[in-house]
Design a protein around this ligand. Structure first.
Ligand SMILES: C[S@@+](CC[C@H](N)C(=O)[O-])C[C@H]1O[C@@H](n2cnc3c(N)ncnc32)[C@H](O)[C@@H]1O
Length: 375
């Protein structure tokens, strides 16, 4: 089964759901909010866009605080513009279609219920519906929208996920696993592993840009944020700390005889933490978008929680909310609670040794160049 057919964040709004455990992603979003505001405002300042109506898409929207904050922000900016125009009795009224995209297994029911319950969404402006809300299910590594139709694309904390696990790491049956004992690039993995991750990322991100360059109008904008890594770090060995503790938890379950070693050897997390230089280079090579700016930001997971054990449990739930569907598929249901309990234990050990729980976000803001896309 392909990744796009089963991968999803934990659904619902219970204690293990993504919706209740995505404060890290929300914090990353808040750090970029002003870039988002500027981009939307500049699109609204083009009268031509107001005449035709604006199409805005949130790709890989998921559920929970980020898509809700995004929709609220868009509505508030547009409503302000509407009031300005109405006060001065000038120009056409802005009309917006907001498209929410994710893979079909995303919890769209919860997403739409929550958006429709937003006070800001319910409010009408003189009985005129300024906003229409749409669902656009499917993979953003394929075409999703008509040509030349999108004015603004937002994709927050999602494009680091691959369309499929790196192909080169799937060794033939019976052969020695290429990334034995690891779940990502690590100091002990060979260069082949890092190259496989980098190649998959470049292919996927280029594919994404190829699709969007057909859909985004000239001078249309995109704000893309990624789980990334600091500039100038070595891609051949750099590993996010949460995957270091993840590997420890899995290895521990192997030593206790609860997971087969071979299962760990053949599991590789299907995401890559790119640096801003790597992102810029892929965008330049693809050629359809100009780079407005890029930024790397760091923050610490659940830094506001002083008690280390409480913080470790929060870290484990944060990781569980985005990884459970992958673990379930590869290792089965039986290990889930055991694995994430172990993960809390290793998170505690990590914090107790005084190691950091730093999380890097890389944001890139793009403008579609003024020519017909060649794809
Ligand atoms: C970490 S969540 C981010 C959700 C939300 N944007 C946020 O910031 O909280 C990543 C989301 O990307 C979605 N996703 C992953 N691959 C995708 C693809 N190929 N096409 C569309 N959505 C995808 C996942 O289903 C998930 O909802």
């Amino acid at each position: 089964m392909e990744l796009k057919e089963f991968f999803h964040m934990n659904d619902g709004d219970g204690k293990l759901s993504y919706s209740q455990n995505s404060s890290v992603q929300k914090e990353a979003w808040l750090m970029n909010q002003y870039i988002l505001e500027n981009a939307i405002q500049s699109i609204l300042s083009d009268e031509e866009n107001l005449v035709e109506g604006l199409n805005i898409a949130d790709l890989g929207c998921g559920v929970g605080p980020v898509p809700l904050a995004f929709v609220t922000l868009v509505i508030e900016i547009v409503r302000k513009k509407y009031k300005e125009l109405k006060c001065n009795n000038e120009g056409p009224v802005p009309r917006i279609q907001i498209y929410m995209n994710d893979l079909p297994s995303n919890d769209f029911n919860l997403l739409f219920r929550d958006i429709l319950n937003l006070e800001v969404f319910k409010r009408k402006e003189g009985g005129v519906p300024l906003f229409l809300l749409m669902g656009a299910p499917g993979s953003y590594y394929e075409r999703l929208f008509p040509s030349n139709s999108l004015h603004f694309v937002h994709a927050s904390y999602t494009l680091h996920w691959f369309s499929q696990p790196p192909k080169a790491l799937n060794s033939e049956q019976g052969a020695v696993p290429i990334n034995k004992g690891n779940v990502y690039i690590s100091e002990t993995s060979s260069e082949v592993v890092a190259k496989a991750y980098m190649t998959q990322f470049e292919q996927d991100f280029t594919n994404f840009l190829n699709c969007r360059c057909q859909e985004v109008v000239s001078k249309g904008r995109m704000l893309l944020t990624f789980r990334g890594r600091p500039s100038l770090t070595n891609p051949l060995i750099w590993q996010p700390w949460e995957l270091i503790i993840f590997t420890k938890a899995l290895t521990c379950l192997v030593s206790e005889g609860l997971i087969e070693e071979e299962k760990v050897d053949t599991f590789n997390f299907p995401y890559y933490c790119a640096s801003k230089e790597e992102l810029e280079s892929i965008v330049k090579k693809q050629g359809s978008f100009a780079i407005k700016n890029t930024k790397t930001m760091a923050h610490h997971v659940a830094h506001e929680i002083e008690d280390k054990w409480t913080r470790s449990k929060i870290i484990s739930k944060f990781i569980r909310a985005f990884s459970e569907s992958l673990i379930l598929r590869h290792f089965g249901k039986g290990v889930l609670d055991l694995l994430y309990d172990k993960l809390a234990h290793y998170a505690f050990q990590h914090l107790n040794y005084g190691r950091s729980a730093e999380h890097y976000t890389v944001a890139i803001s793009l403008i579609k160049k003024q020519y017909i896309c060649k794809f």
